[in-house]
Design a binder for this molecule. Sequence first.
Ligand code: PLP
Length: 402
Amino acid sequence: MWEGKLSKRALGMKGSEIRRLFRLSMQPGVISFAGGLPDPGSFPREEAASVLSRLLRERGEVLLQYGPARGDEELVEVIRERMGRRGMDVGPREVLVVSGAQQGLDLCAKLFLDPGDVVLVEAPSFIGALGAFRNYQAEMVGVPMEEDGVDLGALERTVEGLLGEGRKPKFFYTIPNFQNPTGTLTSQEKRRGVLELARRYDLLVVEDDAYGELGFGTSDQEVRPIKAMDEEGRVIYLGSFSKIVSPGIRLGWMAGPEELIDRFEMAKQMLDVCPSPLIQAMVVELHRKGFLDEHVLNLREIYRSRRDAMVSSLRRHMPQGVRWTEPLGGFYVWVTIPEGRDALDLFHMAVERKVAFVIGSAFYPDESVRNVFRLSFCHEREEVIEEGIGRLGEATRAFLSG
Ligand SMILES: Cc1ncc(COP(=O)(O)O)c(C=O)c1O
């Protein structure tokens, strides 16, 4: 009855193979390094409960009402202060509170992309961004990643090539801090290079900083966002409270030039009217009490120790010929198996041995690279990580010798 009525846009939306694989990885007894879910034990349940109950009693009439579409002014101040500490100076009208960075990605696609428009992405890149851009029928062109960020030479050649065909890309989407999925920290030189290229070719930069506060001993300078160097208003910055408070509160923000933020606000208002006043007030309180800063320090320790457990287990258990990244922050390790092998085949052998990961091809716009996969160290405790990587090492040895 409804099939013939779907829009072309809806017909282009496809459920990914990843979802099917995720189901396999959720069988009982399987240790899963697949999802990027934050550690549930670290959610600030007690603090949130006491702040929320007080807010509801004292300001319930306002906080259970609709609020401003752009976000609560006090939260915008908190966001500006937190960005300011990281070298980004944005005005109060240059911030839009959104329900998670994911919504910011959708809004970028909505505002900038007509069907067939070209977007440049890091290859590999975050699946949620690729999906958001694909939903608006954009064409994504991947630019390879190197150890210290995107390959700038390749980025320039790609732009030149596209311009030669009369196809000007709209923006470059990048995750400079502890990238999902590779864990890569983009060097400051490369960040400058990206901005310089964007200026030269008149591109926008969409900078996703979902993991920017989760460095394990990195200096402020190393994680300084591209936005901090943006004098022209060329960078649209996406921030998130998902990894530093909890993803279930669905709270993030975008920062960019005021006229653009006004447009984002108009688009967002028609999506969900306003962000939750109650949740925004809760985050303001957690920040003001000093809780949030302390909490971030604890999270860094939790995830650093899990990263250590994963990396040292990989060293112990992985056979020759397998390489992986050793990230300085964030949630992910990226593993490369020998050329010509398909991580999907290894995935099935791993699941038989009750351990799972996400195959890497899903993170490429054209799914072309097959010998890679992503491991998340964020969700499991150290002993489970060690056990899981032991199983994965066994599966990989059997796979490579088969
Ligand atoms: C790079 C990146 N951007 C954005 C998001 C989505 O964040 P949010 O929960 O704020 O929508 C994620 C979540 O995994 C992510 O890894």
